[in-house]
Design a protein. Structure first.
Length: 499
């Protein structure tokens, strides 16, 4: 059986705790790998390696950092298929989806390659007689990232490339459900010339997480995951004096107005709700149909959803793969089986879906629930699976009020041909990311990703300008120098004297 070890100080380090976690191929249900689960002492070793590396990396030149990052970007590009294959094997998503994940992670590496521009300071001269004031940004030290199972390559790349470009060293704790991609990312960084200890990977469960949150040498923590854990990460790390960005869960709505192109809206709803089997925090999980278009829209969504091919991610014909674990599959299914009793109309029920030859995989089909009430479990909870709920409102105002009443505020979208309505929506809606005829409004790398309300804990969004600010701290330097012409008699600095 394959074993996944830690990556500490620039080399693979076998687990010493004696604890191991199973890694399953979601398409077959078989345990294919075991991953070492770190003890507190092993986390201490990784942090110590990062702290030792910071002594030189923190003062390294921008030219040195960016030259390494450019080489790293080239290696990642050359190994796209290898990274994607690991994602498919352990997460289950189809290969094309896994390649898309790698591509979006590369955007942040490219942003990090341009860190020389992002880290430029400000200078004001002559604020007083011969006094200048400069603002600069400096790294924090050792920082940590705790990342989720659903994007085992992309989300780590949202964090560590920018952090190390800013001069920090990094300890990554990836999900123990699909850990291999993170190790390959670290190995390629070492191949690119990243000094030992600048990037470390420790696998583990709550023991490792709590060790990072409490460690006195960890200055900041980045997290992406569910809202309850994000709240815990933020509370615990903040209590230990750390800077925190903790991105939580979501219930992303798509408001469809009566004037919308319903074919385009249906296409968008299917791709945004069911892509990556719905296991993404930016999935559209609730469509709000305004006015009389509801029946037609639901019919169009159903027509498209029934044509989606479900199968193993290694099959080029597959458009959607399995869920990450059997327990998660069963939890997702429970929302569908209990929907009718809570007043929903079950248009599509995917709970009985299986794939021939892969009967033990974590399979579930696409489900579509119509006329869902806002007090039902299927609406209130983040399901994190291929279940799309449809709600009905009579007016735009009712739709906006419904969306703004949600405790989540990650992303949202509006589909309309009316520019005035779209403009109102982007100003009135209470969410951190808004799409106008774009169903999954994930910002490009040079803008920042992050939600509002229970979707984000902390003041900084991830990557973009917010990411640079999160991984650095500001310093202001006020300087006064005497004029050389005023030097004491007998000292000639080569300047003409005033007579």
């Amino acid at each position: 059986m394959k074993t996944v070890s830690h990556w500490i100080g620039g080399k693979s380090v076998e687990g010493a705790s004696g604890d191991w976690g199973p890694v399953t191929d979601p398409a077959t249900g078989a345990v294919t790998t075991q991953v070492a689960l770190a003890s507190t002492e092993e986390v201490d070793t990784a942090v110590a390696a990062a702290k030792a590396a910071y002594a030189t990396w923190g003062t390294s030149s921008l030219a040195q950092r960016t030259s390494i990052l450019f080489r790293y970007r080239a290696l990642l590009d050359a190994h796209r298929d290898d990274i994607a294959a690991l994602i498919t094997a352990e997460h289950g998503k189809v290969h094309t989806d896994a390649l898309g994940e790698v591509a979006r992670g590369l955007e942040i590496v490219e942003l990090a390659c341009g860190i020389t521009t992002q880290l430029k300071g400000e200078l004001s001269t002559q604020v007083s007689s011969r006094v200048d004031v400069a603002s600069i940004r400096q790294p924090l030290g050792v920082v940590a990232g705790i990342t989720p199972f659903n994007f085992p390559a992309m989300v780590p790349m949202w964090m560590f490339p920018l952090a190390i470009a800013c001069g920090n060293t990094f300890v990554l704790k990836p999900s123990e459900k699909d850990p291999s991609a993170a190790v390959l990312l670290a190995e390629l960084a070492a191949e690119a010339g990243l000094p030992d200890g600048v990037l470390n990977v420790v696998h583990g469960d709550k023991v490792a997480v709590d060790a990072l949150l409490a460690h006195p040498d960890v200055a900041a923590v980045s997290f992406v995951g569910s809202t309850p854990i994000a709240r815990y990460i933020h509370t615990t790390a903040s209590a230990n004096g750390k800077r925190v960005q903790a991105l939580g869960g979501a219930k992303n709505h798509m408001l469809v107005l009566p004037d919308a192109d319903l074919d385009a809206a249906a296409d968008a709803a299917v791709s945004a709700a069911y892509g990556s089997a719905g296991e993404r925090c930016m999935a559209i999980s609730a469509v709000v149909a305004v006015g009389a278009i509801g029946d037609e829209l639901v019919a169009k969504i159903r027509e498209r959803a029934e044509k989606i091919t479900i199968g193993p991610g290694t099959d080029p014909a597959s458009e959607m793969g399995p869920l990450i674990t059997r327990a998660h599959r069963d939890k997702v299914a429970s929302y569908v089986t209990g929907a009718a009793a809570q007043g929903a109309e079950v248009v599509l029920d995917g709970t009985g879906h299986t794939v021939e030859g892969y009967e033990d995989g974590h399979w579930i089909g696409l489900s579509l629930l119509d006329k869902v009430s806002t007090d039902s479990d299927a609406y209130r909870d983040e399901i994190f699976g291929p279940v799309l709920v449809v709600l009905r409102t009579e007016t735009y105002e009712e739709g906006v009020e419904l969306i703004n009443s949600s405790p989540f505020g990650n992303g949202t979208a509006i589909f309309t041909r009316d520019g005035g309505a779209a403009r109102r929506f982007q100003l009135e809606i209470e969410a951190g990311m808004v799409g106008v005829n774009v169903p999954i409004p994930v910002p490009v790398g040079y803008h920042s990703f992050g939600g509002w309300k229970d979707s984000l804990f902390g003041d900084h969004h991830i990557y973009g300008n917010d990411g640079v600010h999160f991984y650095t701290r500001g310093k202001v330097v006020t300087t006064r120098w005497p004029d050389p012409a005023d030097a004491p008699t007998g000292v000639d600095l080569g300047f003409p004297r005033n007579h």
